[in-house]
Ligand binder design. Structure first.
Ligand code: C5P
Length: 224
């Protein structure tokens, strides 16, 4: 099977407050994007890689893609993550399976990419990594009044890479009628089954300065 991986790296990262788009922030001597591409390079299949980056950083994205993967495409992103994924999808060519990955999940192990590919290949439907929720979750009204406690046994905190057969993913993007924050939701809207597979704590998303510190800590020698 032909696999393509779209790495979305076009977000501004305002919550990180680093002054440069998040995927280009330095983490233990490499950009966040470079860390993510190293994980992709460790996959057991050799996928076609598409990086979606801010227009002004496309040259940087191409350079890191060349250095880490040796080939691939870079394309400018859009205003929303969904628009950025759509831009990447236009370049996946004849892939059978497409994985969409947030560059911001810089420490994601290559094995998680492989697990998602293997599940999509075996089932023919979408697979996304998720972890059990450890906190008790409350549904609240405006102002904070508690309406209900949600049964956390039913919940998964989902991550990326999210993998799908290419054709229905393309169709779901063409038919997209609303803004969503992940690709699994668009597939579900289009009536396609998607299953959660076991995620990995290292696939956490770097969003805040605190997350960046945690990632630095995990990358210290003798830590991971
Ligand atoms: O903002 P958030 O952390 O949820 O973004 C998740 C991923 O989507 C990040 O890797 C970010 O670079 C990417 N993104 C994008 N284009 C956007 C918004 C986010 O590629 N317009």
């Amino acid at each position: 099977v032909k696999v393509a991986v779209i790495v979305v790296a076009a977000g501004s990262g305002t919550r990180l407050g680093a002054g440069v788009p998040k995927a280009f922030v330095q983490l233990a001597g490499r950009s966040i994007l470079e860390h993510s591409l190293h994980s992709v390079a460790g996959m057991s299949s050799q996928p076609h890689v598409v990086v979606v980056a801010p227009e002004e950083l496309l040259d940087d994205a191409r350079a890191v893609l060349e250095r880490v993967i040796g080939a691939g495409d870079a394309v400018a992103g859009g205003v929303t993550r969904q628009a950025s994924v759509a831009a990447g999808l236009a370049l996946v060519g004849d892939a059978d399976i497409v994985l969409v990955h947030d560059a911001a999940r810089a420490l994601t192990p290559a094995a998680l990419f492989d697990r998602v590919v293997d599940t999509v290949a075996a089932t023919g439907s979408g697979a996304i990594p998720g972890l059990p929720v450890s906190d008790t979750i409350k549904r609240t009204a405006e102002g904070g009044a508690i309406i209900a406690t949600v049964d956390r046994a039913e919940l998964s905190a989902v991550q990326t890479p999210q993998g799908f057969p290419a054709a229905p993913l393309r169709a779901a993007y063409e038919a997209a009628a609303r803004d969503v924050t992940d690709d699994a939701q668009l597939m579900a809207d289009a009536g396609h089954p998607v299953a959660v597979v076991e995620g990995d704590p290292l696939a956490f998303k770097i969003t805040t300065a605190w997350d960046l510190r945690r990632a630095e800590e995990l990358l210290r020698p003798a830590s991971v």
